[in-house]
Design a protein around this ligand. Structure first.
Ligand code: GLP
Length: 250
């Protein structure tokens, strides 16, 4: 292993979700005013379902929790079904008791996107920083919408999406057609993410095996943005067997 990344290999995607939800619930129980970072994409959906179940059946309360999301498509407002604000409302927020005014998702329709990005960073600082940030990973190693080449100290900003990412997000799970996918997004930077006290990255399925191997065992390089977590003091990757299948050490 090239860095400090803690690796947890689970039997399947359901076990990944249970393990991730257990860790986030633990943070919230330890600190009811926890500041948690969230992600979108298919991978965390089962984790959100498990957190919603824990709220319903076990009394896990989000009443004091603040949330920050990694990213949002430029040009989509929160009522658009493919916006990340809509996704979060649909998959998690409406199922738990989080206060809507404590959920921070970048506004893809902000009049000034650059100011929106600065305000997002300032809000994180004002709340004392993110305690634990949940991440997914793209097949090319991207985290949030930090595509290969993004610098280790990048901050929240407007970014261009790569053709790979546009194709991955228009395979029918989200957008039906690549032409519908916005070409730009607002994204927390790698520097922003690295400042979280804990980082938990999830990956399931063999399409992520190459990215996981590069991130965990490859060089610390902007070619694989997730590898830039290798020197984080508290970073855990929770993956299923398929996503671990490219690792020499697993
Ligand atoms: C998008 C998101 C990322 C996410 C990635 C992988 O690009 N911006 O935050 O990690 O998709 O998504 P999935 O979990 O659907 O493979």
């Amino acid at each position: 292993m090239a860095g400090n990344i803690n690796l947890v290999v689970c039997d399947d995607a359901a076990a990944v979700a249970r393990e991730a939800a257990r860790r986030f619930a633990g943070e919230i129980c330890a600190r009811p005013g926890a500041v948690i970072g969230l992600a979108t994409g298919s991978t965390p959906e089962a984790t959100y379902a498990e957190l919603a179940r824990m709220h319903r059946e076990e009394g896990l309360s989000f009443a004091g929790v603040s949330t920050f999301n990694l990213d949002e498509y430029l040009g989509l407002d929160g009522t658009h079904e493919q916006s990340y604000r809509y996704f979060m409302h649909d998959r998690l927020f409406r199922h738990v008791d989080v206060q809507p005014w404590n959920t921070f998702v970048l506004n893809g329709k902000a009049a000034n996107a650059h100011l929106e990005c600065q305000a997002f960073e300032q809000k994180i600082l004002a709340l004392g920083g993110v305690d634990i940030w949940l991440l997914g990973i793209g097949g090319n190693g991207h985290i949030a919408f930090n595509e290969p080449g993004s610098s280790v100290d990048s901050r929240t900003r407007v970014v261009n999406l790569t053709p790979d990412t546009i194709a991955a997000n228009s395979d029918g799970r989200f957008f039906k057609d690549a032409a519908e996918v916005p070409r730009c997004a607002l994204s927390a930077g790698i520097g922003t993410i690295r400042e979280a006290r804990k980082v938990v990255l999830l990956a399931t399925g063999s399409s992520k095996a190459g990215a996981i191997a590069a991130a965990v065992e490859g060089d610390f390089t902007t070619d694989c943005p997730a590898s830039l977590l290798q020197d984080h003091p508290d970073c855990t990757f929770i993956v299923d067997r398929d996503a671990a299948s490219g690792l020499k050490s697993a």
